[in-house]
Design a protein around this ligand. Structure first.
Ligand SMILES: Nc1ncnc2c1ncn2[C@@H]1O[C@H](COP(=O)(O)OP(=O)(O)O)[C@@H](O)[C@H]1O
Ligand SMILES: [Mg+2]
Length: 394
């Protein structure tokens, strides 16, 4: 959908911001450009909508060299979101959002009703329509910026550090919102960020830039975490990529132990007998609907009268649960690490306990998932040694 062909940008002062860039952005995907400050990300982005003209090479959008397009017309088909939102301070929220439809000749009424639709789409309450940007929080302003960029329903969306100015919690929710929106809208998105976590979270593909406007690696987030091409990419991604990679492995293949589940109306004696038979120090007590109720230690049960019900035993809190069908191995590991019992409970869509995992079971599932991924990747399948990543002089 968008192709950079040997694109170079040299600014008049001689700075080479982008150097011989080849890059393909597939239609309907989110391509994230990530790298340290000054490596040419913004310049790359702004050449797509011709806010910057390349010195050489060309950019093809939908089969057409953007240099042949009328810039104003080109930009109407490309939504553009920037860090400080660039909202018009003297216009209300709805009029900011309606800017492009109005430029496109819509009447005010229709443009405003479109603005209301978009506010709903990006999660803005309708009563904010008449406010001015300064009356909104940073996160709300950023949502207005996104709504405005989407107003004319452009097939392409360019976003330059769209979430960098807001605090981490708001940023996470804006990222989630973008992922949700994209599942619905399927725009071709190019998003610039310096935050590698953000790149890995929202990108279908991630282009890692090196200083000097060169690409170090373009890959899916999974592959980037699994196979950084050289030490630059490895350092840039950071030290905990092993854990982060687990986000891409489903917990569906994790073997759960259902035998330690005990109904709360079972007796202490039954509990002790079950725990001993299984050789397990903890039982998971479930309520009458089968939902996890608490962890019961075999030592505590032994101190109870034999006929006492499990419901009356001292219990450790269930802690975080996970859903094997929809959650990742990272979520399962996280739940296990946080649990006082070093065990975590897998639940179904109705919150009923399916079974329990332990570190041993997690370790086996992680190993199996990594092997399957490496094999699918061809690295192991092709008979290459699974050694350290190839090093390249910097
Ligand atoms: N208008 C300009 N004139 C001269 N140099 C510029 C201009 N805009 C950006 N640069 C330089 O080009 C390089 C890349 O900038 P930019 O594309 O903004 O990087 P990034 O978005 O990755 O931080 C930097 O060295 C920057 O200083
Ligand atoms: Mg920039």
């Amino acid at each position: 959908m968008i192709t950079f062909e040997r694109v170079t940008k040299r600014y008049p002062d001689g700075t080479v911001a982008v150097d011989d860039l080849d890059l393909e952005v597939p239609a309907g995907k989110i391509m994230v450009l990530v790298g340290p400050s000054g490596c040419g990300k913004t310049t790359s982005l702004r050449m797509i909508n011709r806010l910057v003209e390349p010195t050489s090479g060309r950019i093809v959008l939908d089969g057409r060299d953007v240099a042949d397009a009328d810039p104003a017309e080109l930009r109407r088909g490309i939504g553009y979101v920037i860090q400080q939102t660039g909202l018009f301070p003297h216009r209300t929220v709805e009029d900011n959002i309606a800017t492009v439809p109005l430029l496109n000749g819509w009447d005010k009424r229709r443009a405003r009703s479109r603005a209301r639709e978009l506010m709903e789409l990006v999660g803005l309450a309708p009563e904010l329509a008449r406010r001015y940007p300064y009356q909104l929080s940073g996160g709300q302003q950023q949502r207005v910026g996104v709504a405005r960029a989407l107003a004319a329903d452009p097939p392409v969306l360019l976003m330059d550090e769209p979430f960098s100015a807001v605090d981490p919690i708001v940023r996470a929710s804006l990222q989630d919102e973008l992922i949700r929106l994209q599942a619905e809208l399927r725009k071709t998105v190019v998003l610039v960020t310096h935050d590698v976590e953000e790149a890995i979270k929202v990108g279908d593909l991630v282009a890692v830039y090196r200083p000097g406007g060169h690409l170090a690696q373009v890959d899916s987030p999974e592959r980037l975490l699994a196979n950084p091409l050289d030490s630059y990419v490895q350092d840039f991604i950071g030290f905990d990529r092993g854990i982060r990679r687990l986000s891409f492995f489903t917990a569906a293949g994790l073997e759960l132990d259902p035998d330690v589940l005990m109904p709360m109306d079972a007796s202490a004696a039954e509990g002790v007998a079950t725990a001993k038979r299984l050789g397990q120090p903890w039982l998971l007590v479930v309520d009458t609907d089968g939902r996890p109720f608490g962890w019961s230690a075999v030592g505590d049960l032994e101190a109870l009268p034999e006929t006492a019900l499990l419901a009356s035993a001292a219990m450790a809190p269930v802690g975080h649960t996970f859903r094997p069908e929809t959650d990742s191995l990272r979520a399962a590991l996280d739940a296990t690490v946080l649990s006082r019992t070093e065990r975590a409970v897998g639940v179904d869509a109705n919150g009923r306990a399916i079974g329990v995992t332990t570190y041993e079971r997690l370790r086996d599932a992680i190993r199996a998932a990594e092997e399957a991924a490496d094999e699918a990747d061809g690295a192991v399948g092709a008979g290459m040694p699974a050694g350290p990543p190839h090093e390249e002089p910097r």
